[in-house]
Write a protein that binds this ligand. Structure first.
Ligand code: GAR
Length: 226
């Protein structure tokens, strides 16, 4: 049984979709803990409803980034993690912290990377006039919102979209994308190898994988490449 530790900063809806998929689809894994910051109360409550142990750790309570990350790592490691899943975790992590979990830590970002790294992705996508936006799941490497891409969800920008409507459509796609990718990882289908994404012989996700159907609601589409 593999252990997944999820880090959140907010409402935790991606955490919820992962925890539910893990339970309903009987992954060979469990969400062993959810750790959230000061503004993560709603997400931690959601985790508690799923019966997952939660911990609150506020970076504001630490005098330095290093001190905060040392405590965070100690709490993560207490759960013997196979995977560290960043789900709306809004902290920039230092290279030593990233190195500690290299190949075991993934992130979801609300854009089609490498477009729009950083914050306010939906506003910037609308301002740029892109016709397709989306979300990306990638391995975490020291660069901001960098690291090998595992899969993406492409989401159409509709005429009349504003930041809120576009964010909601992308988030709905995230809820399909992220559980699917974490499942691929716990099933050993892909991994980080020599700084690149590698698909393993168990390989290609099965035809009945809920994420694989080409057409998603709202004309969103899964993009992946074994
Ligand atoms: C999601 O849209 C996620 O992609 C984004 O925060 C939101 C969290 O929602 N993450 C980032 O912006 C990371 N840089 P949630 O708390 O409901 O899962």
């Amino acid at each position: 049984m593999q252990n997944i530790v999820v880090l959140i900063s907010g409402q935790g809806s991606n955490l919820g979709s992962i925890a539910q998929a893990c339970r309903r689809q009987h992954w060979p894994a469990r969400v062993a803990a959810v750790i959230g910051g000061r503004s993560a109360a709603a997400g931690l409550a959601l985790a508690a409803l799923e019966g997952i142990p939660t911990q609150q750790l506020a970076h504001q309570d630490f005098s330095s980034r290093e001190a905060y990350e040392a405590e965070l790592a100690e709490r993560i490691d207490a759960h013997d993690p196979d995977w560290v899943v960043l789900a709306g975790f809004m902290r920039i992590l230092t290279p030593p912290f990233v190195a500690r979990y290299l190949g075991r830590m993934v992130n979801i970002h609300p854009s089609l990377l490498p477009a729009f790294p950083g914050l306010a992705t939906h506003r910037r996508a609308l301002a740029a006039g892109v016709k397709v936006h989306g979300a990306t799941v990638h391995f975490v490497t020291p660069g901001l919102d960098d690291g090998p891409i595992i899969a993406q969800a492409a989401v159409p920008v509709q005429p009349g979209d504003d930041e809120a409507t576009l964010a909601a459509r992308v988030l709905a796609a995230e809820h399909r994308l992220y559980p699917m990718v974490v499942r691929w990882l716990v099933e050993g289908r892909s991994r980080l190898h020599s700084e690149q994404l590698e698909w393993l012989p168990a390989g290609e996700p099965p035809a009945d994988d809920p994420g694989r159907s080409a057409a998603w609601p709202d004309d969103s589409q899964l993009l992946w490449c074994p």
